[in-house]
Design a protein around this ligand. Structure first.
Ligand code: AP5
Length: 222
């Protein structure tokens, strides 16, 4: 099974991916997390992509495709996976279609999370992430039990470098110019479900789960 979570920064893609995973145990492939981990570990890839990620620009397609191709060919992805924040350009979507075809799989559903500008800014300014397990918190809606400490693994919580107001604005501009055309792309392929991402987490997940159930994907992994 292949699910794609599409939407502007702060729409809650990562949060919903975590909720889906509690019900369907397939890996979450977050290109953003992979890039940030590479930056944190100062790998060759990390050094190459740091300038893009920290300024809110997209990392070049050829680097992203190399990451994705490696990841989806790993053993834990055999039964399916969900993408959080990939694809982000038409080029990436077209190359993904070819990869999926080669694997003799298909994309089952694309959820597009629509969120309003002020909600995005408010959520991202209050977001904190775990440096160890990438768990997501929000100081306003979902604070950790102990300040700056992950409830799950005890890791240190930090504010992402790209969650500063100026960079958030840049990321939104990049989303509108480069990623929004994917809504039409997947609508034409009859794969898209729109979700109102201004709702609270429970209501939004209820909508997503209803659609997954309608599509008979609940027990499906391949
Ligand atoms: P990435 O990490 O993918 O960032 P993003 O797409 O900007 O999305 P976010 O992670 O900011 O938001 P989200 O929608 O997951 O929201 P979350 O669930 O955390 O990418 C970062 C960078 O990497 C890019 O700028 C680019 O440089 C590069 N990159 C990555 N992929 C790439 C690609 N394919 N091609 C090229 N470059 C790429 O929620 C946000 C906050 O709100 C949290 O605090 C959460 O707790 C809270 N929250 C969520 N939902 C709700 C709700 N319903 N009610 C209240 N609070 C909520």
């Amino acid at each position: 099974m292949i699910i794609i979570l599409l939407g502007p920064p702060g729409a809650g893609k990562g949060t919903i991916a975590g909720e889906i995973k509690k019900k369907i145990d397939i890996p979450i492939i977050s290109t953003g997390d992979i890039l940030r981990n590479a930056i944190q570990d100062s790998t060759e890839l990390g050094k190459e992509v740091q300038v893009y990620v920290n300024s809110g620009k997209l990392v070049p397609d050829h680097l992203i495709m190399r990451i994705v191709e490696n990841r989806i060919n790993q053993k834990d992805c055999m039964e399916g996976f969900m993408f959080d924040g990939f694809p982000r350009t038409i080029q990436q979507a077209q190359e993904l279609d070819l990869l999926v075809q080669q694997l003799k799989k298909k994309i089952d559903q694309v959820f597009y999370f629509e969120a309003s500008h002020n909600v995005i800014i408010e959520r991202l300014s209050a977001r904190r992430v775990c440096t160890k397990c990438n768990a997501i918190y929000n100081l306003n809606y979902d604070p950790p039990k102990v300040a700056d400490k992950c409830d799950t693994c005890g890791g240190k919580l930090i504010q992402r470098d790209d969650d500063k107001e100026e960079t958030i604005k840049k990321r939104l501009e990049v989303f509108n110019n480069e990623t929004l055309p994917l809504v039409d792309y997947y609508q034409e392929n009859k794969l898209l479900t729109k979700i109102n991402a201004d709702q609270d987490v429970d209501d939004r997940f209820r909508e997503v789960w209803k659609r997954i159930t309608e599509l008979n994907l609940t027990g499906k992994k391949e």
